[in-house]
Design a protein around this ligand. Structure first.
Ligand code: SAM
Length: 224
């Protein structure tokens, strides 16, 4: 029986990987990954040499068929993304669904837990996090305004991912639709310039206006 491992990898600091993840990455027959160069760097650190197969959410059917073939041959595979937990705003959801549909109990899908930006951000945010609403990446156009209206009335902490190109836009929308809400922005988690910035949308906009050099990197936005 083949196994497809879904393995979480670091979100910045390469030390953030579990002993189990390292062992399994070393044991599998091949690793499905997004950017082979990113995964190669991680494997190099842990002295793992392995066949890498690139896999994206837009990968062609032929790539999925290749994965099916390997599983049919009894090979064990690992799926990783560039950072964090695969399938969480990352490629892999379709693949896991297709593997489960095609093979049922003939292929075991096993999660190997580890870092995820949203969980790391919430854990150190100081915001209520026993229950929260995670929106992944907000849509750029259709439905975006509706989501901000939902965030404004949500009783739960709401978290979403944002890119440096859109962080100011997102804060402007929060200023418009949720002016009184407390916002925590987690930037560059586990990296040299990691920081948590909190305040109202207006205060955060003023912060980024006067610290333009920090409108870069990776962001998790949390709203309560
Ligand atoms: N699957 C990943 C996870 O489990 O966290 C998320 C992948 S998603 C394609 C990438 C987004 O996650 C980034 O645009 C950013 O919003 C967030 N992210 C990833 N790494 C981060 C970090 N080190 N600090 C802050 N946010 C991060």
């Amino acid at each position: 029986m083949s196994i497809l491992y879904i393995i979480a990898t670091p979100i910045g600091n390469l030390e953030d990987i579990t002993l189990r993840a390292i062992r399994i990455l070393g044991e599998v027959d091949a690793i499905l990954c997004e950017d082979t160069r990113t995964t190669a760097k991680l494997l190099q650190k842990y002295e793992i040499q392995k066949t890498l197969i690139s896999y994206h959410s837009h990968s062609k059917l032929s790539k999925v068929e290749k994965v099916f073939e390997l599983l049919e041959e009894g090979k064990n595979l690992a799926l990783v993304s560039d950072a964090g937990t695969p399938c969480i705003s990352d490629p892999g959801v379709m693949l896991v669904q297709q593997v489960r549909e095609k093979f049922g109990s003939d292929v075991t899908v096993i999660p190997v837990p580890g870092p995820s930006a949203v969980i790391s951000a919430l854990s150190a945010s100081g915001l209520p996090s026993s229950e929260f609403l995670f929106l992944g990446f907000l849509p750029h156009k259709k439905g975006r305004e509706t989501l901000f209206k939902e965030i404004a009335v949500s009783e739960r902490t709401v978290a979403f991912y944002e890119s440096p190109h859109r962080i100011v836009k997102a804060l402007e929308s929060l200023q418009k639709f949720a002016p009184g809400k407390k916002i925590v922005v987690a930037r560059e988690l586990t990296k040299i310039y990691e920081e948590f910035i909190s305040g109202t949308a207006e205060e955060l906009l003023a912060h980024f206006e006067s610290h333009k050099d920090t409108v870069r990197g990776e962001f998790v936005v949390m709203v309560k």
